[in-house]
Structures are given as C-alpha cells and as structure tokens.
Design a binder for this molecule. Structure first.
Ligand SMILES: [Fe+2]
Ligand SMILES: [Fe+2]
Length: 189
C-alpha cells in the first residue's frame, strides 16, 4: 500500500489504519530532530534581551544539568520556551503539551505553569499582579514550580554564563522523545 484510498475517516479499513499507524510510528521517531530544529529557530526569536531565546534555553538546561537534575528535568528546561515562536501568549502550555506523553505529571505541571510563576519576578514592573501564582498555593508542587523559575528561568539571561551547546543535549532529547508515549497516564488533564 502506498497510500490509503478513503476520503472520509469513517470509510477507512483496519488494513488502512494499520498502514497509517506504521507510518505515524516511523514519523514520531524523527521528533527529537524536529525539536532540535525548533530550538535552533529560537536563535532568531525575541529581541531586546542580551541573549537569544536559544541561549536562554541552553543556559536553563545547562544549569539544571550541572545541578545533577534528571534527564527529564534537563530536557524540560531546554524546551520550556519552545512555544515562544508560535504561541506568544500561551507558550508554557505549548511546551508542556509536547512533554506530556513522555514525562511525569509533576514536571508537566511545572512547565505548564512556569509563565505564571515567572510573573513573580517582573509583574510589578509591568503593572501586573506578581502574586498571580498564589492561585496554585495549595498545589503539592507549588514549591518546585517556584524553584524551577528561581534556578532555571528568571536568572537565565546572563551573557557571561558558559552554557553547553545544543548538540550536548541531543542524546537527552533522543532518550526522552523516543520513549513509549503514555496518553493520559503520566499526566492527568
Ligand atoms: Fe517561559
Ligand atoms: Fe524562560
């Protein structure tokens, strides 16, 4: 079979769906490379800072790695702002969605809410409520979300910091994003 013949999904046969499933699995194997390419594009994103979004991401991941964080955590740090290009007003959710099938619920949640937690450090200067994160105060992962921003985000705009290059993280991207995905198991809605 080269391609399926249906024009409405409801008309597809099991053989056709088996064929498509095989191609989808094959396609998913290229995910680490596609994520790396998307990260490279962050070199051209948001201007005005002293370092690019890619450099910020590398600094975040490098600091996490040097603190002996898990591979999952380092990868989460590396891609936490990957949504800046396509989701300027919901970038945290975009990164969290990419991670969701591959990491545990806590890490998914930390990345999903990092935008709100990050406001603590600049909200006042922008006339926003810096304490918006308080809405999550009762969450058992609150302190770890604070920690993520404090150690691996709000402080990662330093042009003097020596980060590892993107290629350093390639094996980690490979490890996390070629795992068997868990849909709705690792991360609840
Ligand atoms: Fe962010
Ligand atoms: Fe960030």
């Amino acid at each position: 079979m080269k391609s399926i013949s249906f024009t409405r999904m409801q008309d597809g046969t099991s053989a056709e769906y088996e064929f498509l499933d095989g191609l989808e699995i094959q396609y998913a194997k290229g995910l680490p490379a596609r994520i790396e390419a998307a990260l490279e594009k962050l070199e051209e994103s948001l201007s005005g800072y002293q370092i690019s979004r890619l450099e910020h991401s590398l600094q975040s991941a490098t600091r996490a790695h040097r603190d002996a964080r898990s591979v999952d955590y380092v990868v989460a740090a590396l891609i936490h702002d990957i949504g800046d290009e396509l989701a300027p007003y919901s970038h945290s959710e975009l990164a969290a969605s990419i991670l969701r099938p591959y990491v545990d619920e806590k890490l998914y949640w930390i990345i999903k809410t990092h935008g709100v937690f990050q406001m603590y450090y600049y909200g006042e200067q922008m006339g926003l409520d810096k304490n918006t994160r308080e809405r999550y105060r009762d969450n058992p992962w609150f302190d770890e979300a604070v920690e993520f921003c404090e150690r691996y985000d709000e402080n990662c705009f330093d042009p003097a910091y020596q980060s590892e290059p993107l290629t350093f993280f390639r094996p980690m991207l490979q490890e996390v994003f070629t795992r068997d995905p868990a849909f709705g198991e690792r991360a609840a809605p």
